[in-house]
Design a protein around this ligand. Structure first.
Ligand code: ADP
Length: 221
């Protein structure tokens, strides 16, 4: 589903953020990407969602060859199949929970008539339907992250990328976020979660890919 072959990423200032990465993530897997700050985790996720492009090597995501220049239409198609969750939630602060998810669905062209049911289902999956009329500032960090997850899964993605989703959240909230991500994975979505918190990864019984200084150090359970 995601195949990195000898992928490197060198930024304009000549900084090598990823070096000769080989990685194969199969459909339905849950993979932790673990490493200290600066290891290259965000850069690796960014390449998958076409937020940036590799400097060399081959990267295939759901059979889209990202190393060949894709058309804008292909990039849009690919992004529709990928949900993304960030450490800082990136919710629209002047819109309610419902409107945040509705907005994303409208942008990708979902028929307005279908939207209420999709939003309800996504909010039920994260257990926060009763917060649908709240604004982000009226929610805890953990709740905001659950809304960000609901927004990401509302478009029914094949891949969910989570970049330090528990980075701003207390222990209890982190445990709940992880449970939700595992549920999503159990229902068939491939999940790739970046974290500097190796304990979260090591206690989860999932595949762990370790990155350090842009290099893949190990890959295993
Ligand atoms: P992580 O997510 O593991 O904390 P990042 O992928 O954000 O790491 O960054 C990896 C390395 O690449 C870091 O050393 C960072 O400073 C560097 N880096 C990230 N973005 C850029 C950029 N746009 N230009 C130059 N260097 C960058």
């Amino acid at each position: 589903m995601i195949v990195f072959e000898h992928v490197s990423k060198i930024f304009k200032n000549n900084w090598t953020a990823l070096y000769d990465i080989n990685l194969n993530v199969n459909k339905g897997e849950f993979v932790f990407l673990v490493g200290p700050t600066g290891a290259g985790k965000s850069t690796l996720l960014k390449l998958i969602y076409c937020g940036d492009s590799a400097s060399s090597g081959k990267l295939n995501v759901m059979s889209y060859p990202l190393h060949d220049s894709l058309s804008d239409a292909q990039i849009t198609q690919l992004r529709r199949k990928i949900g993304i969750v960030f450490q800082d939630f990136k919710l629209l602060l002047d819109r309610t929970v419902y409107e945040n998810i509705e907005f994303t669905l409208r942008v990708i062209g979902i028929r307005p008539l279908l939207i209420p049911e999709i939003v309800t289902s996504a909010l039920n999956k994260v257990g926060l339907y009763n917060r649908k009329d709240f604004y982000p500032y009226q929610l805890s960090g953990g709740e905001q992250q659950k809304i960000a997850i609901a927004r990401a899964i509302a478009k029914n993605p094949e891949i969910l990328l989570a970049d330090e989703p528990t980075g701003n959240i207390d222990y209890k909230g982190s445990t709940e976020i992880l449970r939700i991500l595992k549920d999503i994975n159990f229902n068939g979505t491939t999940v790739l979660m970046a974290t500097h918190d190796h304990i979260i990864a090591e206690t989860s019984n999932k595949r762990i890919v370790r990155l350090e200084n842009g290099k893949l150090l190990s890959d295993g359970d």
